[in-house]
Design a protein. Sequence first.
Length: 82
Amino acid sequence: KLCKRRAAIEPIIGHLKSDFRLSRNLLKGQVGDEINVLMAACAWNLRKWLVIATIFLFWQKLGLFFVKYLRFFVVLDKKQFC
């Protein structure tokens, strides 16, 4: 069980080290280490939320476009039959 849990977390730690510069700490002491890890974790979560929000807004705009597009064709079809 412990190995499975560790295997799930290792890629995240690797990304934190490479993408959020956790390999080098410029803050001193244990408190500095904790602050650095906290800031990296906050940045990781904000990045995840931004990706989710971007996808949601894209699908919302795409849906609004299709609603307008279909409404336009419904109006055209009614004019042809009248």
